[in-house]
Design a protein around this ligand. Structure first.
Ligand SMILES: [Zn+2]
Length: 263
């Protein structure tokens, strides 16, 4: 099969999450072998069922950091992975905080749930791990959770990057240089800078600093102040000369060898 990315929402931040004005289910990456759920915020399990995507086939869970708009439905995803906790199966990876806890950040998948998984691993920036027929490399962030990570996933049809929640830091340039698809958590529009997060202008600077720009940028984790995602996508497009699409519930991206389908 082709490599597929499916979005179970587009929202992030407390206001989008509480009001569900933008859904917060995270996204999926499917390859021949990998069935990965990334950052299952509130509603992830509802959105999976709504879109008729079988939760049972999930075999991996990635949680980038210890905020509930990223981890809330994580234990339910583990229950799906493990066939309702009846089989030891699957992989859970995430930041130190979500896996083991640190200081005021408590681990977010119970030890009981963790015990039913085949592999549980906390990743630090630059750590690499084989994940079925892909390889995942953790990337650095600067956000409220000091251990938060994004990733770069190597697939047979190119790399997929995910910034997770972060403000602009120079390491993002090399971490995501040359990815085919970049999923960026862009909370606010234009130059509305906000600590710990990216706004559109940050992402424009990021992309224009790369030697090899992505073929496609997906705007993800948008806050309530991102009132017109399509208009904002056009703005980023005009300033980077790459294709930009805002995430939405049910958005499917298919990576083929020579092109990318957006459905
Ligand atoms: Zn966060």
């Amino acid at each position: 099969m082709n490599v597929e990315i499916i979005f179970l929402g587009s929202g992030g931040g407390r206001w989008a999450t509480i009001t569900q004005k933008k859904p917060t289910g995270g996204f999926r990456i499917h390859t021949d072998e990998l069935k990965l759920h990334v950052d299952p915020g509130p509603g992830a399990i509802v959105r999976l069922n709504q879109l008729k995507i079988s939760p049972w086939k999930t075999n991996s869970l990635f949680i980038s950091h210890c905020h509930p708009d990223h981890y809330n439905d994580g234990e339910i995803i583990v229950e799906a992975i493990t066939n309702g906790m009846t089989r030891k199966r699957g992989i859970f990876i995430g930041s130190l905080t979500v896996v083991e806890g640190f200081g005021e950040y408590e681990y977010v998948i119970s030890k009981y749930h963790q015990s039913k998984l085949e592999l549980v691993k906390a990743l630090y920036p630059n750590d690499e791990l084989k994940l079925y027929d892909t390889t995942i490399k953790a990337t650095k962030t600067k956000h409220g959770d000091p251990f938060g990570i994004g990733f770069r996933l190597k697939t047979k049809y190119g790399d997929i990057g995910y910034t997770s929640d972060t403000e602009f830091i120079p390491s993002l340039i090399k971490d995501f240089d040359g990815v085919r698809v970049l999923i960026a958590n862009i909370v606010r529009k234009k130059n509305e800078k906000i600590r710990g997060h990216l706004c559109s202008n940050d992402v424009i600077d990021l992309i224009n600093s790369m030697e090899n720009k992505p073929e496609l940028l997906i705007m993800n984790h948008m806050g309530v102040k991102m009132t017109n995602p399509l208009k904002e996508a056009k703005y980023i497009e005009e300033n980077t000369n790459i294709k930009v699409v805002p995430a939405k519930l049910g958005l499917r991206i298919e990576l083929l060898k020579n092109n990318i389908l957006i459905r």
